[in-house]
Each structure stands twice: as C-alpha cells, then as structure tokens.
Design a protein around this ligand. Sequence first.
Ligand code: FES
Length: 257
Amino acid sequence: MSEFEPKIIIFLCNWCSYAGADLAGVSRYQYPTNARTVRVMCSTRVSPQIVLELLKDGADGVMVTGCHPGDCHYINGNYYTERRMEMAHRLLKLTGLESQRLRLDWVSASEGEKYAGVVTDFVKELKGLGPNPVHKDAKLASRLKAAVDASKNFRLKVLSSKEINLISKGNAYGEKINQQSVEGIMEQATEDEFKASLILQLTNKKSQSVKELAKELGEPTDRTIEHVVSLRSRNLLALDHIDGATPKYKAIVTGGA
Ligand code: FES
C-alpha cells in the first residue's frame, strides 16, 4: 500500500515567505511537494474562518507563513495574525481535531533553507497524525462546522482584534489588562461561542432538550441552560414543544435555504 501523502495548504506572505519559498526552489533545496500554496499580501489576510473551513473540507494540514515579528510590510499585521491563529487553535482544540494540523511560522525572503525545513517537518508531523478523519466522522464534521460558525462571530472577531491593544494600551478607560487575564477572557469567549454554535447545529437538525444538549456538549446541565438562555435572548433559539414535562428547543433559521 502506498504511503499516506498529506494534502496541505500553505499561505505565503507576498513580501517575505513567498520570496523564501521561491529561494528554496531556486537554491534546489529538497522538500516534499504535498503543498498547494496561496500567496497573500500579508499573513493577517488569512482569517481563522478560512483555515477552519479548509480543515472542515478535508485538508490534512494548513500552514500560515509570514514575515518575522517586527518585519511586517504593514507594520504590525503579523502580530494580529498570531492572535487570530491562536483563536483558530483554541477552536480546533474544542472540535477534537488535532490542533497540530494548523501551523504558523515566520519565514523571511532570505530563508529558503528554513522554508524547506518547516515544510518537511510539517509533512512529517502530518504523516504521524494520519489522514484528516472529518469525512468519516459525522460528529467531528459537525463540530468543525460549529468552529467555522463561531469564528465568524462578531464578538470573537472584535475580541481577537482588540487583544493586543488591551494588553499594550488598555481598555476604553485606559486600564491595562495583563496577558493572562486577556487570555482567560478569550478562552472563555471562544468556548461559549463554540458551544452556542454547536447547540444551533444540533437543534437545527431536530429539537433537543437541555439534558440531550448537555450530553453532546459534555458539560453540566446548568452551563447548558446558560447557553440556551443566551441564545433565546439573541432570538436564535426557540421553544419547539414540550415532550411530557421536558421542553425541547429548535434553532431559528433565518434567510433562504
Ligand atoms: S507583510 Fe508579511 S506578514 Fe505582513
């Protein structure tokens, strides 16, 4: 049987890593040819939504590369990339898919050898993990879809774009928040939005009780009730019917099919 060859997407920043990849080729460094590359003007153009969509659709691995911190052509774009990929990693962990399938690395225009090395190392790691099981695992597919939906959430987008400023400049009142507290806030917000998206996924298929949802989410019912109350207040979830004495909820679907 032939060896598993992972399908990889690599995003290359036009100003650094694209030239680094080019140099790797010109210098004839040997590295695996598993990757499809996408050139972007700055690594920060790559959103968590894009990388999660690729993994949901079956990519075995996604790598985002950009200029080294301090060298971004747009001053600080790559600092935002770092925070966004951190959010994508948090969401990936919640889905159960190995978060090593997403990698962020810095490669300058003069680092052809480094580019060949990071690609070789990534392919080796993915071979160790095996194929992305999303197409054979309906539960994982549903969780990845929930992660994609959560990554589009307005609250998470705003929080991840404000993270750097909250630490360096402070909030609207000028109060600086330490990195640990900001990470705690991000962790909680990511988990809340992922679980809310998962509830909408599950109740979109059929109405569910809080107990059934809590079992799927793997959390105590009182936490699930909090998500249900929040979704109902946002007009995203409605009471469908009462089964005996048990309320069953259904997602409110808006727009076209
Ligand atoms: S221009 Fe290369 S990471 Fe921003």
